[in-house]
Design a protein around this ligand. Structure first.
Ligand code: C2E
Ligand code: CA
Ligand code: CA
Ligand code: CA
Length: 279
């Protein structure tokens, strides 16, 4: 009763009114964002840790709204998930990312570049996902083995049996599966073995701390060892400086991603960045 009373007090406080209003405004804008063409994708390069050659990129959603300005995904993905809007938005991301990727190939980018796309839990549990992906692959000509879907541990552990069936179906299409933000969730090692996963992405919080914090360094070390023991590739994200990149390469980490190499870039700039690396 005490907690309920506190909630009521919060509910009527002006600050909360403001927050409710802000949320409603964002929800209203989000509902129209797809139709109004307000979304775009940025691409952040991922490099081979040993050769430093670009291996692929992660597609990251960007929202530019006339009322709200540039809204970072951390501020709206959650709302998109709660409202179910993430399904059409996520489908747009997959479609757009694959179409752009094929355009990059036409414009001379290396053929084997891999494309990573983030998948939300609502998409993973959607029975239509596999067929939708099949259609996108067919329509765009995107080679399935070059498309990697990033899932988080909590996506997989929400409903392990359902997720496992879905991951198996996605692998059946020839896609790659990565676990994002690895180390922050609660996946059991037994499930890790059972899911047909290709890659672990060490969460950036550990990577950013690894040169100063021995616990973070130990976690990064352990994830690389675990991944390799299970036959998985290991990617470090949030690599912000060269000493971190060098340490990760020495630890045997396979791929690196972070501001040290490039921020996420709009398509045209990404293309220029890759072509400049190639000379
Ligand atoms: P994420 O999947 O973990 O993506 C990595 C985030 O870290 C990106 O933030 C990226 O810009 C940022 N980042 C990359 N390198 C560095 C670095 O060296 N230092 C620091 N400090 N940050 C770095 P972004 O683009 O704001 O995306 C935030 C999150 O929003 C993503 O985290 C992902 O969970 C979600 N998200 C983004 N795009 C999509 C999408 O298309 N679909 C879904 N479902 N989620 C998305
Ligand atoms: Ca990701
Ligand atoms: Ca991540
Ligand atoms: Ca994340």
């Amino acid at each position: 009763a005490k907690a309920a009373g506190r909630d009521m007090a919060r509910f009527f406080s002006p600050e909360t009114d403001e927050r409710v209003l802000a949320r409603q405004t964002m929800e209203g804008q989000l509902r129209q964002a797809l139709a109004n063409n307000e979304f775009s994708l940025s691409f952040q390069p991922r490099l081979n840790a040993r050769t430093r050659r670009v291996q692929g990129a992660e597609a990251l959603l960007r929202w530019s709204n006339p009322v709200l300005g540039q809204v970072p995904p951390a501020h709206f993905i959650h709302l998109a998930e709660e409202t179910g809007l993430i399904k059409p938005i996520g489908l747009w991301v997959l479609q757009q990312a694959c179409a752009q990727w094929m355009l990059f190939q036409k414009q001379g980018l290396p053929e084997g570049l891999e494309l990573s796309v983030n998948l939300s839990v609502a998409q993973l549990s959607d029975p239509e996902l596999v067929e939708q992906l099949q259609d996108i692959l067919r329509a765009t000509g995107m080679p399935p083995h070059l498309l990697e879907l990033e899932l988080t541990e909590s996506h997989l552990m929400d409903n392990p049996a359902g997720a496992q069936a879905q991951v198996t179906a996605l692998k059946g299409l020839g896609l790659q599966i990565a676990i994002d933000d690895f180390g922050t969730g609660y996946s059991s090692l037994a499930y890790l073995k059972r899911f047909e996963i290709d890659k672990l992405k060490v969460d950036q919080s550990f990577v950013q701390g690894m040169l100063d914090d021995t616990a973070d360094a130990a976690i990064v070390h352990a994830v690389i060892a675990l991944g390799h023991t299970l036959g998985l590739k290991v990617v470090a994200e949030g690599v912000e400086n060269l000493p971190t990149a060098q340490t990760l390469a020495a630890l045997g980490c396979d791929e690196l991603q972070g501001f040290c190499f490039s921020r996420p870039l709009p398509a045209e700039q990404f293309q220029e960045w890759v072509l400049a690396q190639d000379d």
